[in-house]
Design a protein around this ligand. Structure first.
Ligand SMILES: [Zn+2]
Length: 174
């Protein structure tokens, strides 16, 4: 009798374990979906958003995916916001929604791309040196999801002298 009850206990435990495994698998799926928002160690206050290419493809339009994740560039005068003159606008990352640029810092550059002389907060965007197309440019991306925004040039207006030349595709208006 004693042995039998031990076996009974074992099988219940085994079932329990199986159940736990299923639960864990679901949790992993959830974790993947929400993989999403992860705290990045030692990078200030901006929490990183990390997704796989497959997850970005699901979340973005093909054009957004091309510009944000493959560092594409929309054709001048074809994107959103190049002709937007809303001083109160807040432009957010089309990938993750982080506030990146403000209408108050926007100026008419004549390039056909939305142009700003500064980001809404210094820590909202990050830059890297881009050596493609036989020239050295400074690439600008969202500090949270890494989404490609455009480039920054040193021929902007006062007070910074900078020109953040941004793809409208990479932005949404809040
Ligand atoms: Zn982003």
């Amino acid at each position: 009798m004693k042995r039998r009850s031990v076996l009974g206990w074992l099988s219940v435990t085994a079932l329990g374990a199986a159940g736990a495994t299923v639960g864990l698998a679901n949790a992993t799926e959830e974790a993947k979906k929400g993989a999403a928002v992860m705290a990045a160690p030692g990078t200030g206050s901006v929490e990183k958003v990390v997704k796989t290419d497959a997850e970005w493809k699901k979340a973005l339009t093909p054009q957004e995916f091309h510009v944000l994740r493959e560092e594409g560039t929309e054709r001048a005068f074809t994107g959103k916001f190049w002709d937007d003159h809303d001083e109160k606008a807040v432009y957010v990352c089309a990938g993750c929604g982080l506030e990146l640029f403000a209408g108050a810092h926007k100026f008419d550059s004549g390039t056909g791309w939305p142009s700003f002389y500064q980001p809404i907060k210094a820590e909202s965007v990050e830059t890297k040196t881009d050596k493609s197309f036989f020239s050295v440019r400074v690439e600008v991306h969202c500090a949270r999801c890494g989404g490609h925004m455009g480039h920054v040039f040193e021929d902007g207006p006062k007070p910074t002298g900078l020109r953040y030349c941004i793809n409208g595709t990479s932005l949404n208006k809040k």
